[in-house]
Design a protein around this ligand. Structure first.
Ligand SMILES: C[S@@+](CC[C@H](N)C(=O)[O-])C[C@H]1O[C@@H](n2cnc3c(N)ncnc32)[C@H](O)[C@@H]1O
Length: 238
């Protein structure tokens, strides 16, 4: 490394350090946590005022910052198949298919217990109707994937702990190394919203990870502070 390059790199590091120090002087970790929790509550509850984000006109019941993270994961992992449990209006499946268009790779299999008539049309999306944990649905999914496919999974259906844990146990087996199983809405049951929800996705993740070294929580995917999926971005390590 030349002296000029070394000096440039030291200057860059010093600038970064100065920013970190400023950040910590004005926003200590406790204040940071309070702000994030308060804003998560404000943002989540604003949904009742019809503030649901739309992707190309279709409601997607997601935090837009999480959708940005999805885009980053799709670009990095380049999944051949994205399995989504919980379709609703189809906005998130439509978003995922659009990202697949942009990277020119991938298909979306989306599952919902209810059928829907006004869901968007897209050649990359396969709509399945049935419970995500029924043997019949799982068989259908398995028939639609190949052994060589790079697979990513998103769990956004019934948010009760037992259901999510079942989904985790079933679908984690399909996730390929370096890819993700994303557990949506770990914020419920007081983390920090809906304190009376009862055990939900966060508790399912905790139990799933006990003694499981195949997956780890990727905290970097929470770096925009506001996320509906804290501790929910699970990366397959091996
Ligand atoms: C939170 S919404 C999905 C939102 C959608 N992913 C989006 O971002 O726009 C949850 C959906 O899960 C579906 N659901 C509930 N229980 C289910 C189950 N056992 N299997 C599959 N889907 C289920 C509901 O019908 C509902 O449409």
């Amino acid at each position: 490394m030349t002296l000029k390059k070394l000096l440039r790199s030291i200057k860059k590091e010093a600038k970064l350090l100065r920013r970190v120090v400023y950040h910590r002087l004005f926003i200590n970790p406790k204040l940071e946590e309070d702000i994030v929790n308060q804003f998560t509550k404000l943002y989540f509850h604003s949904y009742i005022f019809d503030k649901v984000p739309r992707w190309l006109g279709v409601p997607a019941i997601k935090c837009p910052l999480d959708l940005w993270i999805y885009q980053e994961i799709i670009f990095e992992v380049r999944p051949d198949v994205i399995i989504e449990c919980g379709t609703a209006d189809g906005g998130s499946a439509y978003f995922l298919a659009s990202m697949c268009d942009l990277v020119n790779n991938g298909r979306v299999i989306t599952i919902d217990i209810k059928g829907g008539k006004d869901r968007p049309e897209h050649k990359r999306i396969r709509w399945l109707v049935g419970s995500s944990i029924s043997g019949e649905t799982v068989d259908q999914v398995k028939k639609l994937i190949r052994d060589t496919d790079n697979i990513m999974v998103i769990l956004d259906s019934d948010h009760r702990k037992e259901h999510v844990l079942n989904e985790l146990r079933i679908y984690s087996k399909l996730v390929t190394q370096g890819s993700y199983i994303i557990v949506e809405d770990t914020i419920v049951n007081g983390h920090p919203i809906l304190p009376d929800f009862g055990p939900g996705p966060m508790e399912a993740v905790e139990e799933f990870l006990k003694g499981n070294s195949d997956f780890s929580i990727d905290k970097n995917r929470e770096r925009f502070y506001l996320t509906f999926n804290p501790r929910g971005y699970l990366r397959r390590e091996k």
